[in-house]
Write a protein that binds this ligand. Structure first.
Ligand code: GLN
Length: 296
């Protein structure tokens, strides 16, 4: 019980035990490790101090700052929003409540884009729904000669993405456009100029939202998660709108949710103008990336 660890002087070790108990009691699966990370954040200490300095006395202010972080996590706010960061493709990305937290499976999309465009030094790439900027920034850092445009309909998300681009030295190399899907490309002379349109669009069907983890459902932006009744609404719109901007042979490369491959393949066939789509599986064997190449 919490009361047993609260007796005696307040030390680092006691605070750690208290945090662990609070998180475990709130249903946080990885309570021990997360308690450690939150203490490191709240106290500004290193992980080894948690072990080597467990008898160190903690001030009232330090305890208050750690407790406020632990309480946020106990209310199931994602750890990444509390720590303010998530790693993606080996780079640190600042994250906050206006952007989706980058997921490991989305790294597959980067790998596939690099595989497709690696040979073309001066490709033109568009990232639709850039969010934290994880795709645009990793692509700009990896494919140095390419022109990257990043679009989002959330001005707040664009601010976060620009911050991340600045951190990784590619702010000037990316053009930032505010608007819905491909609409901001219009009137820029980009018709039939884009080599790759990449997107990890919202793909949760409305009815599936209540079944998601509390962290996702209650804290991540619904605008970045939910597409509509089907889950594939944004894939359909991108398949419809992309050919106008793609060069002949250019590719629309999108992340899809588990079980959406057949529906997205059928959409590409119905809409037309594409070669048969290619599907790429993630590490868990789930079809995760769909590649639709414009016939040319
Ligand atoms: N492109 C960002 C990512 O892949 C944001 C995606 C989104 O908000 N749906 O994480």
């Amino acid at each position: 019980m919490v009361t047993t660890v609260l007796t005696g002087p307040l030390t680092l070790g006691v605070l750690l035990a208290e945090a662990r108990q609070r998180l475990a009691g709130a249903g946080v699966a990885n309570a021990a490790q997360e308690a450690g990370w939150l203490l490191e954040k709240g106290l500004g200490c290193r992980s080894h101090h948690l072990m080597t300095q467990s008898d160190r006395e903690i001030s009232i202010e330090q305890r208050a700052s750690v407790r406020s972080l632990v309480e946020r996590r106990a209310r199931r706010e994602p750890l990444q929003y509390i720590l303010g960061t998530q790693e993606f493709c080996g780079l640190e990305f600042a994250v906050g409540p206006s952007v989706l937290i980058p997921r490991p499976e989305t790294e597959l999309l980067v790998r596939e884009v690099v595989r497709q465009t690696g040979a073309h030094h001066a490709s033109m790439l568009v990232d639709v729904g850039t969010g934290s900027g994880c795709l645009a920034v990793t692509l700009a850092t990896t494919l140095r000669g390419s022109k990257v445009l990043a679009i989002d309909r959330s001005a707040d998300a664009l601010q976060v993405a620009k911050q991340n681009a600045a951190t990784h030295g590619v702010l000037e190399g990316i053009e930032w456009l505010h608007g819905d899907l491909l609409a901001p490309l219009a009137g820029r002379g980009l018709e039939e100029r884009v080599d790759v349109i990449v997107s990890n669009p919202p793909y949760i069907a409305e009815r599936d939202l209540p079944g998601l983890q509390p962290e996702v459902q209650m804290f991540e932006p619904h605008m970045a998660l939910v597409s509509g009744p089907l889950g594939t609404e944004f894939h359909r719109r991108l398949l419809q709108d992309a050919p106008a901007f793609l060069v002949p042979g250019g590719r629309l490369m999108m992340e899809i949710g588990q079980g959406q491959a057949a529906a997205v393949r059928a959409l590409a066939q119905d809409i037309g103008g594409y070669a048969p789509v290619v599907l790429v599986e993630d590490a868990a064997g789930i079809e995760r990336v769909v590649i639709a190449q414009k016939v040319g």
